[in-house]
Ligand binder design. Structure first.
Ligand code: AMP
Length: 283
């Protein structure tokens, strides 16, 4: 496994791999690697000859007051994790390698970044779009793998790549959950054992809405009410949003008559939990 902090070196190695006829799959991460990341690495391994992982806690996607400083950075364990998974290349740039002095160009996330989490995290998706565009310029892989855990992020990146003409296939990977249904996340480390138990209400609420939908309920407000009730019953009252949106445009739906996505964000202790589930199609 080759590890580098240097953008030019990383680009050179990936370019060489491709010249030698190998396909490269790229998995961008912020580290603190877990079974969710592992599923992306394994998808990349199954589809590509060589897998590159980046580990970079991107400051521009954190707003003031968010957890940038205390975000977990267990770099040695992450490198071991990558080695165990047979990763070929790991890119661990310092901030100044990603944003050299004087850098000011940014990529705007556009329409898709306005709703859902975009409404509650000012500038977050512009930060994500910018770092991903920069990473794609450094790691010119053929495919890049993203988790549906961050569904809005995945849709934004799909559009950025399309609109900027970046030659990269974006491959979505399903959400990995703990046995009770809690979506695995690096930030779950902030939860106390008691909060972790309460956190399963997100999944429970979405499953109830899914059942109601399967029984014929199509009114988004009624489905949302059902989920809010379940969240409250589970002691989750600090709710950023619970929405049902068009799965492609992310526009809120009044009536679920097309492929849709339930999306939610809830604050619990030091954690902001996000989750989502398809509705109306098993995509
Ligand atoms: P992060 O390190 O949190 O920025 O995540 C890096 C990538 O892993 C993103 O594409 C995430 O969507 C994905 N990811 C994180 N958690 C999960 C999960 N539980 N299931 C699937 N993908 C995930």
């Amino acid at each position: 496994m080759q590890t580098t902090l240097n953008a030019d070196e990383m680009r050179g190695v990936v370019t060489d791999r491709k010249k030698n006829g190998r396909t490269v799959g790229f998995v961008p991460t912020m580290g603190a690697l877990h079974v969710g990341h592992r599923s992306l690495i394994r998808a990349a391994t199954s589809q590509c000859d060589s897998v590159a992982v980046s580990i970079f806690v991107n400051p521009t996607q954190f707003s003031r007051g968010e957890d940038f400083d205390r975000y977990p950075r267990p770099i040695e364990a992450d490198l071991e994790f990558c080695r165990d998974e047979g990763v070929d290349l790991v890119f661990t740039p310092p901030v100044k390698e990603m944003y050299p002095e004087g850098t000011s160009a940014t990529v705007r996330a556009g329409e898709l970044g306005n709703g859902l989490c975009g409404r509650h995290r000012a500038g977050h998706f512009d930060g994500v779009a910018t770092v991903v565009a920069r990473l794609f310029a450094i790691v010119p892989a053929q495919k890049s793998f993203f988790g549906e855990k961050d569904y809005q992020q995945f849709k934004i990146i799909e559009h950025v790549v399309l609109e900027l003409g970046i030659p990269m296939e974006i491959v979505p990977c399903p959400i990995v959950r703990e046995p009770g249904g809690l979506a695995v996340s690096s930030r779950n480390a902030y939860l106390t054992p008691e909060q972790r138990q309460r956190a399963v209400s997100l999944f429970r609420a979405m499953r109830l809405a899914e059942k109601d939908f399967e029984s014929g309920e199509r009114c988004a407000n009624r489905l949302i009410e059902r989920m809010m009730d379940e969240l409250e019953r589970g002691g989750l009252t600090d709710i950023d949003y619970v929405s049902i949106v068009d799965a492609e445009t992310l526009s809120p739906l009044g009536f679920v008559d097309r492929s849709a996505r339930i999306c939610m964000a809830v604050r619990l202790g030091a954690c902001r939990l996000i989750d989502n589930m398809p509705l109306g199609s098993r995509d």
